[in-house]
Design a protein around this ligand. Sequence first.
Ligand SMILES: Nc1ncnc2c1ncn2[C@@H]1O[C@H](COP(=O)(O)OP(=O)(O)OP(=O)(O)O)[C@@H](O)[C@H]1O
Ligand SMILES: [Mg+2]
Length: 260
Amino acid sequence: MKIAISGKGGVGKTTLTALLAQVYADRGREVLAVDADPSPCLAGALGFPDELRSKLRPIAEMDDLIEERTGAKPGTIGGFFTLNPRVDDIPDRFSVTHRGVRLLEMGAVDIGGSGCICPESALLKTLFTHLLFRKDDVLLLDMYAGVEHLGRATVDFVDAMLVVVEPTRRSLGTAAQIKKLANDIGLTRLYLVANKVRDDGEARFVETETPGLPVLGFLPADLKVQEADRLGIPVYDHVPALRQAALEIVEKLDEILVAR
Ligand SMILES: Nc1ncnc2c1ncn2[C@@H]1O[C@H](COP(=O)(O)OP(=O)(O)OP(=O)(O)O)[C@@H](O)[C@H]1O
Ligand SMILES: [Mg+2]
């Protein structure tokens, strides 16, 4: 099962990805969580201890690896380098596992046609496609920003894209843009998850103003989320209301994906 998590900056993508990862892991599933943010935060959200985090480095920053695999130094423009470098060993070799969640940091990924044609993007694109082809039990992709950078493979292999929104017009506007971009490439299995919801009125606002996407679940606004961050504890452990909401989302996803 492959699930991508997108949405406007700061809405709670990483919080949701970490919650879902831990729900699946605690159910005995094998989880690969991929942090595609240029400044990775998922390790912290999952409560990875420092000694494990020190072993992680975003693939995008591994200059030697990029050169070894593509035949050119990162930053090179023009010249010759391979466009389909070997990547199959990367997910296992450069990830670390904690409490049943295997985590890979990719760093800034520019998958679409817009990015530079350079060795690092060749490696990251190939790796991203490889991840989508792999037969992982559960793959969770914490995407930064929108979906401009998604290609054909995403459409074929992503079972569901969750668009995280806050109960604001602005964030729902971003969701509408994401929907359009996704639909343009043929990806239609999109669902909203409302985060930072304070009351029924806000929940209803999301339900009535959704850009035509089904709402899969609601995560309450809870000051303990920030407290968890300050204490360095996963939200999953520290905030029962969010853990419960994530459990319900996983149950709904199970229903949807079985029915498909
Ligand atoms: N339900 C919630 N209640 C209160 N605060 C929350 C909630 N969810 C997330 N936050 C806070 O909102 C901020 C952003 O959350 P998070 O990092 O998960 O968002 P993001 O979408 O991954 O952000 P970015 O776009 O920067 O990657 C964090 O400070 C987090 O503690
Ligand atoms: Mg994030």
